[in-house]
Every structure is written in C-alpha cells, then in structure tokens.
Design a protein around this ligand. Structure first.
Ligand code: A2P
Length: 342
C-alpha cells in the first residue's frame, strides 16, 4: 500500500460511499448532511442491483452507481460499508488512486498496518494510516467509549460482557426480516426466514457469526482482539457473550470490569458524567436506565446501572445502550474523517 494523503491542502472533498444503499450507508448519507461535512462531490456506490436508485443529498438527487475498480478516480475519501469481501476486493484500488479509505468492515481491522480508531480514545492513530483506517466492530465501540474514562483513571485488567444486539448489525435485510416475522407471528401465519439463521421475532439467539475453535464466536473474538488493539494494551482480557435480540437498531451491553486500582461508584459516575460521547442515564429511584429505544437515533452512548460488582474485588458493573448504526458504525467513521481533514 502506498500512502498518498493529499487531504491537508483541501477545503472540500470528493467523497465516495461504498455500500450506500445499506443500513450503514444510508445512515452515513444522513450524518454527512447533518454535520455539514465539506463535500465537493459525492459518489454513491453499491452493487449492480441498485444502479440508478436515487437518494437526495442537500436537496439534490444523486443516482447510485455500480462499484467497480474504476470508481475511485479523483476521490479523496472513501467510506466503505459493503462487507469485508467487497472491501478486500476493491479498497486497494481506491488506495492506488490516492484516496483515504475509512473501512467499516472487518477486512482490515486486525492488520498491523491499519489503524483501528475510536476518536474519543485513540485519535492519534488516525495519522499513522497508509491509505486505510479501520472503523471498529459496533459492539466494541459501544463498550469502549464508556469504559475508556474508567480505564484511564483506574486501569482495567479484564472485562466480562453480555450483549443484546439489534438486527441492524446484520444489515437492512435483517431489519426487514424482524418486521416481516413480527407481522407473520401476530397474524397467526407461519414465520418465514430468509436472512437470519433463526426466528428473531419474539425470540433471541447466540450471535449469528461462526463459532471458532476457542468456543467464542467471531463477534465475541472481535470484541476481545479489537479492545487490545484500540487501547494498545496486550494484557487486557475480554470475555464476551454476544446475543442477537429482536430490537431494530441500538445495541445494549451488560459490562463487568475488573479494575487495577480501586474506584468508587461515585467517582466512576463523576468521570462518566463528563466523558465525551457518553450520556449518564442512571436514576435508581425511578428505575430508569439505558434503553435501546432511547439510544436509537442518538450520538451518545447511554450509560447507567453503575454499581459495584459484588462478585469480585475492585470491580464495576454497568449497562449501556448505543445506536449501532450511528456511533457503532456511520458516526464513528465520519468522526474519523472529520479528524483526518481538520
Ligand atoms: P445493494 O443494495 O446494491 O445490494 P447491508 O449491510 O445493509 O445489507 O448493506 C450492504 C451494502 O453493500 C449495500 O449497499 C449493498 O448494495 C452493498 N453491496 C453488497 N454486495 C455488493 C457488491 N457486490 N458490490 C457493491 N456493493 C455491494
């Protein structure tokens, strides 16, 4: 990979969205508009199936083009979210054309040459890129943004986490599947299955990624490996149980963190009340805590249920909800792009 970063001298940018018609791609389009990203030209790329499909951006209609290796001439920034195999196949061509790729797939995340970035945590890594910057897995981002202020203050030895992951993480078609199955179930019809491996409406199941030799599925292994890379900490140990639940778009997580130094719950609450990217929702009297329905469409990760983990020394328990499509994917990628051009 050759690094051709000409972004510094420009004020507006030619941007390509790869996977523009997907759940994350459509969210990216919204966020680019909301945050007034300095775009000179915008290219929407997807498969041949979507050629000609139209999207409105800043009041103008943009047609979707078919992604090919020739798509990247003159492009400055590529935001890619069409799946790992598409990234592996096409992103080297984008880098050859001099674009910087922010890749929202697992294709390059663990490549030692590729920075893996959450802007609230390791923004300095952005500038080590050689053409590609990877956006972490959604469950990892949603866990690490609230853990980072605690990590910085008290250190973290290990984390145990159980996720409650929405169907948006499996793409737009999985979101439609939840809706269709819910209707079928309530209408007393047989529930049909096309995308997800099991019925999701009125059910939940272990995350639909392959179970590896260590007994953890890919999603669970990503949470462990990506945490070490983002924190630059080879010693932190993460054991995850990832579960798909019948929720549209925000992921929730029950997190237990074993700390290196003592930290009072009140101190953790104080830290989190000031942390970037986090909103405290922690009202014990009203039994009011983070909920995916309230995290949906929001930029902040909601964090609450802060308490001592009474099963271990120096341990904290918390519960978080974060919008998988925004901070878990599209927003984080665009925040990386914003830092890159700043
Ligand atoms: P398309 O809508 O044309 O299939 P999601 O994760 O929500 O399912 O979205 C996947 C995204 O990746 C969509 O934009 C999809 O486009 C795109 N995509 C899938 N396969 C290809 C391909 N072979 N070439 C380009 N884009 C692809």
């Amino acid at each position: 990979m050759t690094a051709v970063n000409t972004l510094k001298d420009k004020k507006t940018f030619n941007v390509a969205l790869v996977g523009a018609t997907g759940a994350v791609g459509e969210e990216m389009l919204k966020i680019l508009e909301e945050r007034n990203f300095p775009i000179k030209t915008l290219k929407l790329l997807a498969s041949a199936r979507s050629k000609g499909k139209k999207y409105s951006f800043r009041g103008q209609s943009h047609g979707v083009e078919e992604l090919t290796e020739q798509s990247f001439k003159g492009i400055d920034i590529v935001l890619s979210s069409a799946g790992g195999s598409i990234s592996k196949k096409f992103m080297p061509a984008a880098v050859r054309e001099g674009a910087v790729v922010i890749d929202n797939t697992s294709a390059y995340r663990m490549d030692p040459e590729v920075p893996l970035v959450v802007p609230e945590i390791n923004p300095e890594d952005i500038f080590k890129h050689k053409g590609i910057i990877a956006n972490p897995n959604c469950s990892t981002i949603i866990m690490l943004v609230p853990l980072f202020p605690i990590y910085r203050k008290a250190g973290i030895k290990s984390v145990k986490v159980a996720t409650y992951q929405s169907v948006s993480g499996a793409g737009a078609k999985a979101m439609h599947e939840l809706e269709r199955q819910s209707r079928e179930f309530l209408d007393g019809k047989p529930v049909t299955r096309e995308i997800l491996p099991h019925q999701i409406a009125f059910n939940l199941f272990s995350h639909n990624s392959q179970v590896k030799e260590n007994g953890y599925n890919e999603e669970e292994n990503k949470m462990a490996n990506e945490t070490r890379k983002i924190f630059h900490d080879e010693d932190i140990r993460v054991a995850a149980t990832c579960v798909r639940v019948p929720i549209y778009r925000a992921h929730s997580e029950a997190i237990y963190a074993e700390l290196k130094k003592p930290l009072k719950v009140s101190e953790a609450r104080e830290l989190l009340s000031k942390a970037d990217g986090v909103k405290l929702v922690d009202d014990r009297d009203k039994n009011y805590f983070p909920m995916p329905i309230e995290a949906s469409g929001k930029d902040d990760i909601l964090v609450g249920r802060l308490r001592e983990d009474i099963s271990a020394d120096n341990s904290l328990a918390l519960f978080v909800s974060g919008d998988q499509l925004r901070k878990g994917a599209a927003l984080n990628a665009i925040q990386i792009a914003e830092r890159l051009i700043r």
